[in-house]
Design a protein around this ligand. Structure first.
Ligand code: CP
Ligand code: NVA
Length: 344
């Protein structure tokens, strides 16, 4: 056999950011995720990780990412082991390097959610096993793949569709979406106040991908211009985990709230060519402690999205949440399952 023949182009690799994948590989994982979702619906077993052990490291809280990794691992035949921030020595008594070396001798794959991208990079460098980024301050690739699955489920295609992200354009989700969409040929707009525009090097990178994929990247503080023609209106919390600047964000982002007016400004609100997406959790009412505090302090009872849009016919946030599991399953199976994927 040709010694250069590769049985699986993903095998053994880590996914720490969208940029760890080629655009073709990103598209492949989107389709593979949709395939695995169908297998599960049809009750067809797909235990590609039988006998494997997976460490799930969480420095920050999580509902979707944790549940997805746990259920995806089990459905793939693997054993997930949740390790919260107070359960292990990482960061307090033991370095990233030493932790990675230990975990790599016991586990077949590692998921990490936390603050610094350098930690997830260190785990990948020193563990010798595939590492998946379950969110850092910089990137959220296990969100992007399921999000693109959701867009494809709704429109049958990614290329040529337009996604407008409204809100904190510097956060992990905005960053990952801007790059991910540009890679797969989706037009992407970051609609945010100037203070919260993505860093210029990230915009440049998105433009590089967009040039190759035929997509268009726009970063603007003009809401009318930013949402015109959009097929997906996407938003995220105004204050991400690890941040505490509520007053500044409420003042800056109040005008960028997703409401029915914004949905109408797309020009697509009347037909089937418009959806609303949110990575969740969302502040669309006062049924949370944060929601109540913000109402008491700043007098608003909805933040990044109104309850009306959140419960409208455009809303796809719970499909998106469901897709987390299947997209994550695709990432795990492709990089650890010894599958036959010689090229993409
Ligand atoms: N979207 C997302 O990552 O959700 P969790 O914080 O609940 O994992
Ligand atoms: N930007 C948000 C995403 C949560 C899934 C955060 O980092 O808190």
């Amino acid at each position: 056999m040709d010694k250069n023949f590769k049985q699986n182009v993903f095998q053994g690799r880590s996914i720490l950011a969208e940029t760890d994948l080629t655009p073709a590989e990103l598209n492949y994982l989107v389709d593979f995720g949709l395939h695995l979702k169908q297998l599960k619906k049809d009750n067809i077993p797909h235990k590609y990780l039988e006998g494997k052990n997976i460490a799930l490291l969480f420095e920050k809280a999580s509902t979707r990412t944790r549940s997805s990794f746990v259920t995806a691992s089990i459905e793939l035949g693997a054993h997930p082991d949740y390790q919260g921030k107070d359960d292990i020595h990482l960061g307090t008594k033991e370095s990233v390097e030493d932790t990675a070396k230990v975990l790599g001798r016991m586990y077949d794959g590692i998921e990490f959610r936390g603050f610094k991208q350098s930690v997830v990079e260190g785990l990948a460098k020193y563990s010798g096993v595939p590492v998946w980024n379950g969110l850092t301050d910089e990137w959220h690739p296990t969100q992007t793949i399921p999000d693109l699955m959701t867009v494809k489920e709704n429109f049958g295609t990614l290329k040529g569709k337009t996604l407008a992200f409204m809100g904190d354009g510097r956060n992990n989700v905005a960053h990952s979406l801007m790059i991910g969409c540009a890679m797969v040929g989706m037009n992407v707009r970051i609609v945010a106040p100037k203070e919260l525009f993505p860093a210029q090097d990230q915009i440049d990178l998105a433009n590089e991908y967009a040039k190759k994929s035929g997509a268009d990247v726009m970063v603007t503080d003009d809401i009318d211009q930013g949402v015109k023609g959009a097929n997906v209106i996407y938003t995220d919390v105004w204050v991400s985990m690890g941040e505490d600047n509520w007053e500044e964000r409420v003042n800056l982002l109040k005008p960028y709230q997703v409401n029915m007016d914004v949905m109408k400004k797309t020009g697509n609100a009347d037909g089937d060519d418009l959806i609303f997406m949110h990575c969740l959790p969302a502040f669309h009412d006062t049924n949370t402690e944060y929601g109540q505090n913000v109402q008491a302090k700043y007098g608003i009872h909805e933040m990044e999205v109104t309850d009306e849009v959140f419960n409208s016919r455009y809303a796809r946030q719970f499909d998106e949440a469901e897709n987390r599991k299947h997209g994550i399953k695709a990432m795990m199976a492709a990089t650890l399952g010894n599958l036959f994927i010689p090229e993409v």
